[in-house]
Design a protein around this ligand. Structure first.
Ligand code: FAD
Length: 460
């Protein structure tokens, strides 16, 4: 194969690495330390033409192909032992046209790249909450975060993609050109090819936003969740609340006796006026006085980085998620029973509200694997700084998830939050859309070249 790798190297404008190459170990590293894979070849592409050459090389050589965006897939899908990793990290340019309010984003850009470029003009794409996550994987599965109530999922703001398919074609897809492919990439993950460029519509956001954190102890969990159930759906669309069951940070605003103590936080983020935000904090404070709280205006880009550190690279992670129609008493009982049982101080349970702009998008407008009715997405995330804790944390997530099942909207969940390739859950997530996705897969990737993902099997 040496000869062929040399030929690929000569063709590509970006570097091609082998196990003996300098930089190989850095390039193969993934966010989740749980996965330690050694590709035979890593193609660090810089253009759609590079991706085209890499895909053709991988297929011709019979190599299993993994596509690496921001490397944050819990399952480690973006690397592969003995195969070809197409590493998009150098394909990270973002160009913004403030007049037309459009951004063109390289397939390997991080959320931090996207936010930095768009916020220069006070604009943003709704995306995730951790800035080192990849735009690629996040968008292809949906993309939810602080702005979802206001502007929908990332895919709801997607105008077009440039994509390299399994036969090496470079295609444009939008509502008019290759519309089925465009439908499928909005939620169907990396199943249909390598997206080298996303074109997004932009929305006015910030640059300053209002941030608030209020925190209660474990013993008040049921009261916090019941209050959140009454409060969150009534809030104006430009306010969002995430329920975070986690350990208090050793931050200056946290009383020393609460440092590292587990409990329930409400993170209240306002995109409107400071007065409106302060009123909501006051409403919460008078209903259920917190142990401590912190409120400040901050730049939107700082909000997007505020959870980066506890979610840093190199930890051992596992996750499962579900959708809840509501925070029913039954669901609250399960949550408050299981939250205290985690073993690692970094593990957390996060509950996102999905409504308003999210629910305004018709069910079949995109391939998104999740119903468009108002709901909560709940994620149980095990994060261990050392591998020794991971077995216990995985068991904690699984038992929590199992116990919650009778209170969820089926076994399907957000495909981006799945650690394991569970075919029944992937099918359940897409529901009636699965067969349509299989037809698109059969057209653009009949041999399932792109299968290191929440895989959709091609129709025969
Ligand atoms: P990768 O591992 O590089 O890729 C994930 C999958 O997408 C792989 O199958 C890969 O092959 C494919 N892929 C990536 N880029 C491309 C591309 N350009 N073309 C084709 N295929 C591609 N999700 C949310 O919606 N909101 C959040 O707030 C959020 N927060 C998160 C925080 C952390 C710390 C983590 C680990 C995950 C979070 N997620 C969130 C989930 C996240 O959306 C998924 O993990 C997503 O797959 C990450 O994309 P990536 O490009 O970083 O990962």
């Amino acid at each position: 194969m040496t000869q062929t790798v040399d030929e690929l190297r000569a063709t590509l404008s970006g570097p091609v690495l082998e196990p003996s190459s300098e930089g190989y170990d850095d390039a193969r590293r993934l966010w989740n330390a749980q996965h330690d894979r050694r590709p035979a070849v890593i193609a660090q592409v810089r253009s759609a033409e590079d991706v085209q050459a890499a895909v053709r090389f991988g297929v011709a050589e019979g190599l299993e192909i993994a596509v690496r965006g921001g490397s944050h897939s819990m399952s480690g899908a973006s690397s592969v032992d003995d195969g070809l990793m197409i590493d998009l990290s150098l394909l990270n340019q973002v160009t913004v046209d403030p007049e037309t309010r459009r951004a063109r984003v390289g397939g390997g850009a991080k959320l931090a790249d996207l936010d930095a470029a768009t916020q220069r003009y006070g604009l943003a794409v709704p995306a995730g909450m951790i800035s080192h996550t990849g735009v690629g994987g996040l968008t292809l599965g949906g993309g939810m975060g602080w702005l979802t109530r206001q502007f929908g999922l990332s895919i709801d703001n997607l105008e077009s993609v440039r994509i390299v398919t399994a036969d090496g074609s470079i295609l444009h897809a939008d509502e008019d050109e290759n519309p089925e492919l465009f439908w499928a990439v909005r939620g169907g993950g990396g199943n249909f090819g390598v997206v080298t460029e996303f074109e997004f519509r932009l929305n006015e956001v910030g640059p300053m936003i209002q941030y608030g954190l209020q925190f209660w102890g474990l013993d008040q969990g049921a009261d916090v969740l019941r209050m959140a159930r009454e409060l969150i759906p009534t809030l104006p669309t430009d306010l969002n609340v995430v329920i975070a069951c986690l350990n208090a940070p050793p931050a200056p605003f946290v009383p020393t006796e609460n440092h590292f103590q587990p409990g329930y936080g409400l993170v209240v983020v306002g995109f409107g006026t400071a007065e409106q935000h302060a009123e909501v904090l006051e409403r919460i404070r008078t209903t259920l006085p917190p142990l401590f709280e912190f409120a400040t205006p901050m730049p939107y880009v700082a909000l997007q980085k505020s959870l980066d550190e506890p979610n840093r690279w190199g930890q051992y992670c596992y996750e499962k998620g579900s959708y809840l129609e509501d925070l029913t008493d039954g669901a609250i009982e399960v949550i408050t029973e299981h939250v205290p049982r985690k073993n690692s101080p970094l593990s957390a349970t996060l509950i996102y509200r999905l409504d308003r702009a999210y629910s305004a998008v018709p069910e079949n407008a995109t391939a998104f694997g999740g119903g468009r009715t108002d709901r909560y997405a709940i994620f149980m995330v095990a994060i261990s700084p050392v591998p020794e804790l991971q077995d216990a944390e995985r068991a904690w997530v699984r038992s929590f998830w199992d116990a919650l099942q009778s209170h969820t909207v089926g076994i399907g969940s957000y495909v981006n939050g799945m650690t394991e390739a569970e075919e029944d859950r992937i099918r359940a997530a897409y529901g009636d859309k699965y067969e349509r996705l299989q037809l698109v897969k059969a057209k653009y990737d009949p041999d399932n070249v792109f299968h290191r993902n929440q895989n959709i099997k091609p129709a025969f």
